[in-house]
Structures are given as C-alpha cells and as structure tokens.
Design a protein around this ligand. Structure first.
Ligand SMILES: Nc1ncnc2c1ncn2[C@@H]1O[C@H](COP(=O)(O)OP(=O)(O)OP(=O)(O)O)[C@@H](O)[C@H]1O
Ligand SMILES: [Mg+2]
Length: 258
C-alpha cells in the first residue's frame, strides 16, 4: 500500500504547488512509483507538468462528483515513474455540487482506493482554502505536509490549519499524521528569513524538516518549461533541496535507500 501525502496550507503562494511537483518528481527520480494529484482549480500542477488544463476532459472533479475511479483518468507524464491525476477549472464547482452527496468528505479517498495499491507515493497539491476539496484530500491522506514561506506573517493561519487537522483527526481520519512543516523560499541574506526559521523551529521543533528550500530561480522558472526542476536543471540548489526532502521523508518513513 502506498502512502498519501497532502501538501496543504490555506495561505496562498507559500510553495504548495512547487513542493508537490518537485517532491513527487524527486520520489519518482528515486524510482518510487508516484502519482501527483492536482486538487486545486487553479490547476498549476497540471500546467506545471505541461498539460493544458483547458483541454483536460476529465479530472479529479469527475472522480469526486461522478464517483469515477481515479485509475481511469490518470495521465502518464514525461518523467519516468511519475503520473498525474489532473485538475481543470470546473473543479471550482465541485464543492457546490458535492453538498448534497452522502459521505461527501470521502469522495477523493474512494476514487484513489485502487491507486493507493499501485503507487508507492501519492502527493496531493491542495488549493489555498480549507473547503470541501481540501477536506477530501486530508480525509484521503495518511499525512499532511505544510509548506511555510520564510516571510513576514509566516505563522499566520497556522493555528487555524492545526485546528482543522484536529477536527479531521477526530471526525474523519483518525490516522492522519503531520508529515512535517517545510520552510520554503529561504534567503540566507535576508535577516527576516533567518528569524522566521528560528521562530518556526522554536514553535514546532521536531515537526520541522531539516531540509529548508531556498529561494531559487530554477524552481520558479521550471513550470514554464512544463518540467519539474530536476528535469530542468538537476544541479540547481532547488533540485538538490527537493531531493534532500524526498530522502528525509523516506528516512522518516524508514524506507531503506539503495
Ligand atoms: N523556492 C522557491 N524559489 C523561488 N520561487 C519559488 C519557490 N517556491 C515557490 N516559488 C514561486 O512562488 C510562487 C508561489 O509558489 P507556489 O505556486 O508553489 O505556491 P502555492 O502555495 O501553490 O500557491 P497557491 O496558494 O496559489 O496554490 C510561484 O511563482 C513559484 O514559482
Ligand atoms: Mg498552488
């Protein structure tokens, strides 16, 4: 059985999509069969892997609203060992359409059931909201990874997120764990960046990943080439740090690396 990791933080622009694409691609580079699920109507993970969300006919939306098995819609990417369950803009309407469904928080979990058997890792890119689609992702997930940007107001909203996690652990998914808090867009020359690192480590201690993702131009430009950073510039600091993150997660999950 594979492990499902949801990348979530309702704060916008903190590096969720960058982390989802590049963590998934790094696990794939280490030859773990990996599925990236785009659970955001903005469809940035879909376009970041060179698919056009406007021409995507079926997406995670159909999985949740029409009860279609994810296996039927999974796309093969240009990256070995990496597949994609895409999003398109209609996903915005999914929350409204799902209101009347029974067990509406469990739709994503149901549709990923087979995929969980076939993949080693499933990484879900969540939208900047704590709405029903994100609740579905957290109900399907084994763990949540929270990216936190090394910026002013970094900790803002984290209390609310942790509260939501508690509610989900109580009512919907007792097995949900916190995989870790990931510091992103770190710039060692900026004093504020260093202060945020200290503050987050003081607050969350062992929950914070040792790997810190630096601000790196290769990370921000690789989606425009439709590639994860490792395929765009494998030597870049961005590529190396996401590989380190993948290794750290594998070690935390006690998977022996060859
Ligand atoms: N480590 C980094 N170095 C440089 N740029 C980065 C880095 N991480 C993310 N970015 C850039 O910052 C912006 C926001 O990142 P990203 O899209 O990953 O955030 P997000 O949390 O998914 O946003 P949203 O909440 O809108 O879904 C993007 O333009 C991305 O390219
Ligand atoms: Mg995003």
């Amino acid at each position: 059985m594979g492990k499902i990791i949801a990348i979530a933080n309702q704060k916008g622009g903190v590096g969720k999509t960058t982390t989802a694409i590049n963590l998934a691609a790094s696990l794939a580079a280490l030859e773990f069969k990996t599925l990236l699920v785009d659970a955001d109507p903005q469809a940035n993970s879909t376009s970041g892997l060179s698919f056009n969300p406007k021409t995507i006919e079926k997406s995670i939306y159909e999985c949740m609203v029409d009860g279609i098995n994810a296996d039927e819609l999974i796309l093969t990417t240009n990256v070995a060992y990496l597949d994609l369950l895409p999003a398109h803009i209609d996903l915005v309407g999914a929350e409204v359409e799902m209101i009347s469904l029974d067990h509406r928080e469990e739709k994503m979990k149901e549709s990923l059931k087979n995929a969980k058997e076939r993949y080693d890792y499933i990484v879900i890119d969540c939208s900047p909201s704590l709405g029903l689609i994100t609740v579905n992702a957290l109900t399907a997930a084994d763990s949540i990874l929270v990216p936190v940007q090394c910026e002013y107001f970094a900790l803002e909203g984290l209390g609310k997120l942790l509260n939501t996690i508690k509610i989900i652990q109580t009512r919907l998914n007792t097995a949900l764990e916190i995989e870790g808090i990931l510091l992103t867009m770190y710039d060692p020359r900026v004093r504020l960046s260093n202060q945020v690192v200290e503050e987050v480590k003081t607050h969350f201690q062992h929950l914070v990943f040792e790997t810190i993702i630096p601000r790196n131009i290769k990370l921000s430009e690789s989606p425009s080439f439709g590639l994860p950073v490792i395929a765009h510039d494998a030597e870049s600091k961005g590529a190396i740090s996401y590989l380190n993150l993948a290794q750290e997660i594998l070690e935390r999950n006690k998977v022996a690396l060859s």
